[in-house]
Design a protein around this ligand. Structure first.
Ligand code: UDP
Length: 372
């Protein structure tokens, strides 16, 4: 007899939402996680009274009403609007690309002037059918914008020439002709009041959770404890990388406590020059309008992925997408399909934002928890 209805492998956002919904639907669940804390990559560590985003900046944003209503059942949001600034060789530019940026780049002061300037800048590229990120960027905004704000950052971030990066990655960057520095186009955004751990703790309230447990140390044991397993880790690892290893981009973080109140005046400053080894500096207190005496800053360095690093970004190029397709076929084979559910950023191998993760988890709940 299985002791639990579901063993949930991974206490990140996907696993936590499913755990909450399954528990509320009367299921008996156990969540295990190999880390020494729950929350996955949204986990924050309290340093000097400041919530430090241990696994990189997380800014909640969505236009999905269902997802927004869902998270607001558990936390309130603080109205933070993400407005990163780019530093290129000591000069500052507003992001995303908007009238402020165009003024800083070219001195243009009206939308009409900005549009005319961009048309001039992209003239030689406008008949292009972009097949990679570099071409996409040149096609959108021409060379100056590309070389000042995109090329260096992107090549550091992905560790390869922009000509070898899929074009869709840059489509995440809005391009607008108003003086609006809001990085996202979404209807709703903010940071949970009390930090992300408040959200995770609310989702996992009353749910049996064990940390410091590596599922793969005794897979048979954990599988045996549940009628079903929800696996939210890397899909290739589940199958012992039998078909090959999926590639990821990783990050290294260098965090410092500074004995000053305000280091950079913004939560996020991107360093878009290739010669600066990090891509951005986070000053965590500004995500929550902190007034602490000290400040905590983190330099974010892109890094090759290996077994000793965290898998942050899937590399959704043709090769890796083809490989993940093969793994998904394997996952759908009857011996797995009846027992194991795969879900979340790592199992789906998708560049999910938090709202995508919640949407996917809720859609799984809909399918899985309303059957009987
Ligand atoms: N990007 C860029 N310059 C910037 C910020 C972003 O060229 O100053 C590009 C880069 O290719 C990056 C992509 O936009 O990989 C997506 O950036 P975003 O900030 O949305 O990604 P995150 O790393 O925050 O998920």
């Amino acid at each position: 007899m299985s002791q639990y209805d579901y063993i949930i492998v991974g206490a990140g956002l996907f696993g936590s939402v499913f755990a909450r919904e399954a528990t509320d639907a009367g299921k008996n669940v156990l969540v295990i996680d190999k880390r020494n804390h729950v929350g996955g990559n949204i986990y924050c560590e309290n340093i000097e009274g400041i919530n430090v985003h241990k696994y990189g900046a997380h800014i909640f944003h969505t236009s999905n009403q269902e997802v927004w209503d869902y998270v607001n059942r558990y936390v309130s949001f603080n109205g933070y609007v993400n407005s990163p600034v780019a530093n290129f060789r000591g000069k500052l530019f507003n992001l995303p690309f908007n009238m402020n940026t165009f003024y800083q780049l070219w001195g243009v002061t009206t939308p009409e002037q900005a549009k005319a300037k961009i048309e001039e800048e992209r003239a030689e590229f406008k008949d292009m059918d972009p097949s990679n990120l570099e071409e996409q960027a040149l096609f959108l905004g021409g060379r100056a914008l590309y070389e000042t704000l995109i090329k260096g950052y992107t090549e550091k971030q992905w560790g390869r020439p922009a000509t070898q990066i899929p074009a869709f990655i840059i489509q995440r960057l809005p391009f607008r002709f108003t003086f609006d520095n809001n990085y996202f186009n979404d209807l709703y955004q903010g940071i949970p009041i009390g930090g992300y751990n408040t959200l995770t703790n609310a989702l996992l309230e009353g749910v049996e959770t064990r940390t410091d447990i590596n599922y793969f140390d005794d897979q048979q044991h954990w599988n045996g404890l549940g009628k079903k397993v929800l696996y939210t880790g890397k899909i290739d690892e589940f199958f012992g990388c039998a078909l090959g290893e999926l590639e990821y981009r990783s990050l290294h973080f260098e965090t410092q406590v500074l004995d000053q109140e305000n280091y950079q005046g913004n939560a996020v400053i991107n360093y878009t020059d290739k010669d600066v080894p990090y891509t951005r500096i986070l000053e965590h207190k500004h995500f929550e309008f902190g007034t602490q005496e000290k400040t905590v800053v983190t330099k974010e360095y892109p890094h090759e992925f290996s077994k000793d690093n965290e898998p942050y970004y899937p590399i959704n190029d043709e090769l890796n997408n083809a490989l993940v397709k093969q793994y998904k076929i394997l996952a759908n084979a009857p011996e797995y399909a009846e027992k194991v559910i795969f879900g979340g950023r790592l199992a789906d191998y998708k560049y999910y934002d938090m709202d995508d993760t919640i949407e996917a988890a809720l859609s799984l709940c809909q399918k899985e928890l309303t059957q009987d």
